[in-house]
Design a protein around this ligand. Structure first.
Ligand code: KIV
Length: 276
């Protein structure tokens, strides 16, 4: 994998994002490929190369099998195809949890080989030392607390978080730990609204919600969910387009035309003087 040649000049910065608190909400979407990143880039503050790509693009059952190489390949594609958004790449399961030094080695590869500006790391208090270690060594981090999909085997599913007072207190403490460590923003996933509002009020860094109410400082969605490409999207994901239907219709029409001998037509053939 060769390093991305895209320049970081002109992109939104983690420093600017840190200050975007209680003002205009931060707009973020996931992107995994160059064509989608190109289309989304003009409209968003953050393009998140989420490890959700394992499930969304590769049909995996969870995000756990996603590798560092996959994140680097998709991260580099998104950086090459975008110009103004801050690009954040998710660190995959197993690449950062063991120890701060191992996390640094993996994150440094991601920054060097993709050209992205920051990484995202799941976890709260248990990741505080690692996030601070990374930041001191030049790696900006976005946190991710509450429903952290890499903990699916501990949670026993993808349920919304903060059902008991003890769970709520832990999520708040996790968000505070991520802030103390120096993260520039934190994703709150699948959090009950009053808790999301409490955390947002308690932190000086922006909260970016997914299934966490409008009480956050920004919103992120998995782009395939909002574009209508996911067969059963989560309840919190609003569908803004029906790309899945468009693809089905196009494939139906193509198959009909090929079977009926209507495609390719003369305009699609290299015949006579139209050989170019
Ligand atoms: O992997 C991902 O897409 C994410 C978002 C759901 C925040 O982490």
């Amino acid at each position: 994998m060769t390093p991305s040649t895209a320049s970081a000049a002109g992109r939104k910065t983690t420093a600017a994002m840190r200050g975007q608190k209680s003002s205009v909400p931060i707009v973020a979407l996931t992107a995994y490929t160059a064509p989608v990143a190109r289309l989304l880039d003009p409209h968003v503050d953050i393009l998140l190369v989420g490890d959700s790509l394992g499930m969304v693009l590769y049909g995996m059952d969870s995000t756990l099998p996603v590798t560092l190489e996959m994140m680097i390949a998709h991260g580099a594609a998104v950086v090459r195809a975008s110009q103004q958004a801050l690009v954040v790449v998710d660190m995959p399961f197993g690449s950062y949890q063991a120890a701060p030094r191992a996390a640094f080695a993996a994150c440094a590869r991601v920054l060097k080989e993709t050209g992205c500006q920051a990484v995202k790391i799941e976890g709260g208090a248990e990741m505080e030392e690692t996030i601070a270690f990374l930041l001191r060594r030049g790696i900006p981090v976005m946190g991710h607390v509450a429903l952290t999909p890499q903990h699916v085997n501990v949670f026993g599913g993808y349920r919304y978080q903060g059902r008991t007072p003890a769970e709520r207190a832990k999520i708040l403490e996790d968000a505070r730990a991520v802030e103390r460590a120096g993260a520039f923003a934190v994703v709150l996933e699948a959090v009950e609204e009053t808790l999301a509002r409490e955390i947002t009020a308690a932190l000086s860094i922006p909260t970016i919600g997914i299934g966490a109410s409008p009480g956050c400082d920004g919103q992120v969605l998995v782009s395939d969910d909002m574009l209508g490409l996911t067969p059963s999207p989560p309840r919190f994901a609003k569908q803004y387009a029906a790309i899945g239907e468009t693809i089905s219709k196009a494939a139906t029409q193509y198959a009909e035309e090929v079977r009926a001998g209507r495609f390719p037509g003369p305009e699609h053939c290299f015949t006579g003087d139209k050989r170019k």
